[in-house]
Design a protein around this ligand. Structure first.
Ligand SMILES: Nc1ncnc2c1ncn2[C@@H]1O[C@H](COP(=O)(O)OP(=O)(O)OP(=O)(O)O)[C@@H](O)[C@H]1O
Length: 260
């Protein structure tokens, strides 16, 4: 029997501290099958990153269950099959003692210990992924000396070097220039053809419409989950309800985009 890659059942989460409680997710049910490319969209503060963190076990779940390939997430062990790029937040501090190549190679050491020796095959993988992300010229540079967009491309390379079967990407292209964003989506398209399962958090509705198979709209609750065609045909009223404020739909030759 084949299981969904991700199966989320009745998941709720509230951030709690001494002063206040902030509900982030309420009763989420979502299934993502092998090879699907799902875009997770929703306004700021709608719980997208919280959901990703719960899936990856960065946050401990409070209510509900998450299954990864049929296993409860807390019993899931094959984390090296999942490539993850987090929301750009923490650049490397100046003087961080690692080169671009070392940071990317660290994507291979998951589960193998920090002192794994790299063989010829690993080095070939490094060269391939440097080339894929167009960062070969940066390979010996200290990571802390890169621009934000360059750093983000290094982090994407680190997520890809291990040939993951699942990719979880939280706004991975923030800070990356248009040319390299386009190239990044070409890489994702290629990975999709190789049946990699992709969960992508994005605010870029154009990307959703052009690239994703399915769209999940979150705003504490899961307001919509369907194909990108179904998403395209949502009315302004439905989209505005999801986003919590009026959205204007802009028509292009081939598609619609929404903007606030
Ligand atoms: N560490 C935290 N402590 C308390 N509240 C938090 C914490 N992290 C997030 N929240 C709150 O949880 C809610 C969901 O936040 P989350 O970061 O998951 O949203 P998001 O959809 O990823 O937002 P964005 O699009 O801005 O990245 C928000 O109300 C946010 O203020």
């Amino acid at each position: 029997m084949t299981h969904p890659v991700f199966e989320i059942k009745n998941l709720s989460y509230t951030y709690k501290d001494k002063l206040e409680q902030t509900p982030a997710l309420k009763d989420i049910n979502l299934e993502i099958d092998k090879g699907d490319f799902v875009a997770l969209v929703g306004p700021n503060g709608s719980g997208k990153t919280t959901l990703i963190k719960l899936i990856l076990g960065v946050l401990k779940s409070q209510q509900g269950e998450i299954y990864i390939n049929g296993k409860k997430s807390r019993k899931y062990a094959a984390w090296n099959e999942i490539g993850y790029v987090s929301q750009k937040s923490n650049s490397f501090q100046k003087g961080f003692p690692a080169t671009v190549s070392e940071v990317i190679l660290s994507g291979l050491t998951k589960g193998k210990g920090l002192f794994k020796r790299f063989n010829k095959d690993d080095k070939k993988k490094l060269l391939d992924v440097l080339d894929l992300l167009d960062i070969s010229d940066l390979k010996d540079k200290n990571i802390s000396l890169l621009s934000g967009g360059q750093t983000q491309r290094v982090l994407i390379a680190r997520a890809l070097i291990n040939n993951p079967t699942i990719l979880v990407l939280d706004e991975p292209t923030v800070g990356i220039d248009t040319k390299h964003v386009k190239e990044f989506y070409e890489v994702l398209f290629k990975l999709k053809q190789e049946h990699v399962t992709i969960l992508l958090v994005t605010h870029d509705i154009g990307v959703v419409v052009d690239h994703a198979d399915e769209v999940a709209c979150l705003n504490e609750h899961l307001h919509f989950h369907g194909t990108n065609q179904e998403f395209k045909h949502l009315g302004e009223a439905e989209l505005s309800k999801i986003y919590g404020f009026p959205l204007q739909l802009v028509s292009h030759d081939h598609d619609r985009e929404c903007c606030s």
